[in-house]
Design a binder for this molecule. Structure first.
Ligand SMILES: *Cc1c(COP(=O)(O)O)cnc(C)c1O
Length: 394
């Protein structure tokens, strides 16, 4: 059967006329970058997530790198992160010279398992990067307890840096992700498949003045320009001091204007994502060999992804065959994620198949189906019926 209706990708942006007008107005203004839109976006986002500071970055990966830098991570340090994530969660500490240490995940929700964390946390651990996989907040209270216990046993500080790229608008125990109750810093991404977009973009939310300060310096060459804050007396208006080895990881004013405009619709986006998830839950309730990924209590899911688990052996088709058949019916899918320790780069560092049996078994079953606010109820029904057709084929 050939599809005449549009192809449904697994994720996509929703840009309206207000978003376009916001960007165009920056293009007509004096500042394309380092202008007033950056502060405006940062404070709007800080209000939404309930954090004292938000520091915007060129992308989520750069933001996570900035957070690791501000946490003071370096050679000799270890950082624990779940293996079922995007490579950036492990790469960011690695950029600082720290060693990513992988941990296994909860069998149902795919988020960092506090028990697995307890097994690998040690005297060299300086940070933990839990991932709110698919938009489901990890069990932050249990993770924080393991971290506090390790601090007591080994001494020193262990920072919790949340990879919240999937979780803008999610809540844990009634508080928004990013509000800093459990994590020192939380990273958001504004890639077009995420909850709000700036094209490329990312940010860190934190309540810590010092961390925010260091991240602001880091994203802009490590340069101090405020004459009240330079180490040496300022000889004149041109003077600035480089005080640390920073980068150029700034987000432009065009992007921040887009982000702020998108942020106004965040509640509507979330509401739609949750309604779609509820519709999928109902439609898949009685489909054999197919079940949605599990959920954890005490949280409100942000549904960046809607992840199915498929028993491909029982279905009698490989994942590649199922993905191809769905694509022919106009339904895009993706696999989130190949466990990071299985990438050749990390295998060369000594990780191997069998190290994390829960994540590896989950990986074999995962399939992300279309999830984004502009999907209509008809689209959702069409996705579910395509999955039924393909799975039923055997
Ligand atoms: C998207 C994403 C990132 C990185 O964000 P970019 O903005 O694409 O750099 C990091 N971690 C996870 C889990 C992500 O999904």
């Amino acid at each position: 059967m050939k599809h005449e209706r549009p192809f449904l990708p697994y994720g996509r942006q929703d840009i309206d006329e207000d978003d376009i007008a916001a960007v165009v107005s920056v293009l007509r203004s004096n500042f394309l970058t380092q202008g007033p839109e950056v502060d405006a976006f940062e404070s709007a986002l800080a209000t939404v997530v309930g954090a004292k500071h938000v520091v915007a970055f060129a992308n989520g990966t750069a933001a996570l790198y900035g957070a690791c830098f501000a946490a003071g991570l370096g050679p000799g340090d270890e950082v624990v992160t779940p293996t079922l994530t995007f490579a950036a969660s492990a790469n960011a500490p690695r950029y600082c010279g720290a060693r990513p240490v992988f941990a296994d995940v909860e069998p149902s929700a795919g988020t960092l398992s506090p028990e697995a964390l307890a097994r690998v946390i040690g005297p060299k651990t300086r940070a933990v990067i839990p991932v709110h996989y698919a938009g489901q907040p990890a069990d932050l209270a249990a993770i924080a307890e393991v971290v506090r216990d390790a601090e007591r046993r080994f001494g020193g500080t262990i920072r919790i840096i949340e990879d919240a790229a999937h979780a803008l608008g999610a809540t844990y125990r009634g508080e928004p992700i990013g509000s800093g109750r459990f994590g020192a810093m939380a990273m958001f991404s504004f890639h077009p498949v995420k909850h709000i977009t700036t094209g490329e973009g990312g940010a860190i939310a934190t309540n810590d003045d010092g961390l925010a300060d260091t991240m602001r310096l880091f994203r802009s060459h490590g340069l101090v320009k405020d004459p009240r804050r330079t180490e040496r007396p300022s000889p004149g208006p041109w003077y600035m001091e480089q005080v640390l080895l920073g980068q150029n990881f700034r987000l432009t004013d065009m992007q921040c204007a887009l982000g702020r405009s998108q942020l106004r619709r965040l509640s509507a986006f979330l509401e739609r994502r949750r309604a779609i998830a509820a519709q999928y839950d109902r439609l898949f309730a009685d489909v054999p060999h197919v079940r949605p990924l599990g959920r954890l209590p005490e949280s409100e899911h942000a549904f960046h992804l809607y992840v199915l688990r498929l028993d491909f052996a029982a279905i009698g088709a490989t994942r590649a065959e199922v993905m191809k058949a769905l694509a022919e019916l106009g339904v895009g899918t993706q696999v989130h994620y190949i466990p990071v320790h299985r990438h050749p780069f990390y295998e060369r560092e000594g990780w191997k198949a069998g190290d994390f049996p829960v994540a590896e078994a989950l990986y074999e079953e995962l399939l992300s189906i279309p999830m984004y606010p502009t999907l209509t109820d008809d689209d959702v029904a069409r996705v579910a019926s395509a999955v039924r057709t393909v799975v039923g084929r055997g």
